[in-house]
Design a binder for this molecule. Structure first.
Ligand SMILES: [Zn+2]
Length: 83
């Protein structure tokens, strides 16, 4: 079984979110949260808790910089908009 790339299992994801208080560890934003691999899996990072952290989608996309990607900009702008 191959875990889908860039996504932690939902049970682990929930545990990490709980550990981090359901807030982005980067900016404190309490929504659009994702579980991020501190050391990317392709770079030898593991699935252990120590290698996982909660960050919001905006910070996550910032970490995986793809400024050439228009969708990225649209999503970040969308997040910045007050709901
Ligand atoms: Zn953030």
């Amino acid at each position: 079984m191959t875990p889908s790339r860039g996504r932690a299992g939902s049970r682990r994801r929930r545990r990490i979110l709980q550990r981090d208080g359901h807030r982005c560890r980067e900016c404190g934003f309490p929504g659009a949260l994702e579980v991020h691999h501190v050391v990317p899996v392709h770079a030898g990072g593991g699935e252990e808790d120590a290698n996982l952290e909660t960050i919001c989608r905006g910070c996550h996309l910032g970490r995986h910089k793809r400024p050439e990607d228009e969708d990225w900009r649209a999503m970040v702008e969308d997040l910045a908009r007050p709901s």
